[in-house]
Design a protein around this ligand. Sequence first.
Ligand code: UPG
Length: 469
Amino acid sequence: MVKICCIGAGYVGGPTMAVIAIKCPSIEVVVVDISKPRIDAWNSDTLPIYEPGLDDVVKACRGKNLFFSTDVEKHVAEADIIFVSVNTPTKTRGLGAGKAADLTYWESAARMIADVSKSDKIVVEKSTVPVKTAEAIEKILTHNSKGINYQILSNPEFLAEGTAIDDLFKPDRVLIGGRETPEGRKAVQALKEVYAHWVPEENIITTNLWSAELSKLAANAFLAQRISSVNAMSALCEATGADVSEVSYAIGKDSRIGPKFLNASVGFGGSCFQKDILNLVYICECNGLPEVANYWKQVIKINDYQKSRFVNRVVSSMFNTVSGKKIAVLGFAFKKDTGDTRETPAIDVCKGLLGDKAQVSIYDPQVTEDQIQRDLAMNKFDWDHPMHLQPTSPTAVKQVSVVWDAYEATKGAHGVCILTEWNEFKALDYQKIFDNMQKPAFVFDGRNVVDAEKLREIGFIVYSIGKPL
Ligand code: UPG
């Protein structure tokens, strides 16, 4: 029986290993993590992350060929294939601060593997890492190898949150990079055989190590670039009277461009896009390619511009001040169907409004008050450094209230900002909301989810992204 161990029971490690377990009954899969509460949660009825379909997959194989454990060393020692899926935050200090990936957790995982291994191992990079990380890992492993053969593979994950299980069941492609030596090819083949249990062979791409590592950063950079491109267009649409939805539809009909990922918004968020692009920028700079670095940096700059443009629009349309005014914020997660707030545009928008002394009342169906207060009290990039930096009990931001109902949030407000595209925001009783708001009543739709014409008939002043007034 092949034994797989995955270090890191997070958004990627947990769901990916659960799917490998359900698709490969002949393989034993153990997910390990140093965090006991996290492992306890994976072993309980309430899993630590919410993904549609995940509960069923875990229930079907947990205790049979899928296990969650804190006994990291034992399971690493026993495994044939070790996936490393630990977090790689952006460095907050030292060389490359604000851009480079912090590989502390990766490095300690590699050292631990070297310490406890007694047999040959295939070590798989699952978390997104800078190009050439495999080389560094290889050095750590082989210099401590005690005669053990290690093969390093890069097998980046492309799942998106909210659709993780579907993405894992039917991936557009699986990418495996390895050394171009006989041992390297053998290791690639071994991992390919795992995925071949359910992924058609033509969808499993094999490349050299560096191509696989770079492809992950490139995929996220291209995806984010599409959003920044359409968001840049949205500013021009607002200035000219064009409608960004019509422009997106028209250009998306070109089969070379395609219709997906062209929705203008208040900005992209999530744990990956910004981090991976910053990382790409840093790699370009280190390789003496400042023009290429600046090109990709612009994707982040437009995203920051889109968020501050949104805040400026709120403040300027409300007679140049929101001081003391109640502003309702509907949606705080970085996208719908998740409670994840990492790098959500809502953080910057709320901080902007608070900077202008607004009273902000926030409602999100999946995000707790505690989380929101922590996010608003935290510095940029601190969220992914769980060991130290995170404030344990942040002083609550007094100008912020978090409520459990959209009607409560909007009661007595001067303006409403929609920052996440939750379906329920389309179906709210806007007449009731209007009746309970201060007049003139403003709606700033950061996700273009409401029917602006209908709201205008009710009496709202509506600003949508990239649309004429
Ligand atoms: N977004 C838009 N407009 C669009 C599409 C997305 O504003 O047309 C925003 C969305 O609201 C969110 C962000 O872009 O804030 C990212 O969305 P999405 O890509 O769906 O979420 P993630 O779960 O962060 O997934 C991305 C990649 C995935 C990769 C993962 C981690 O899509 O392939 O595995 O990041 O690297």
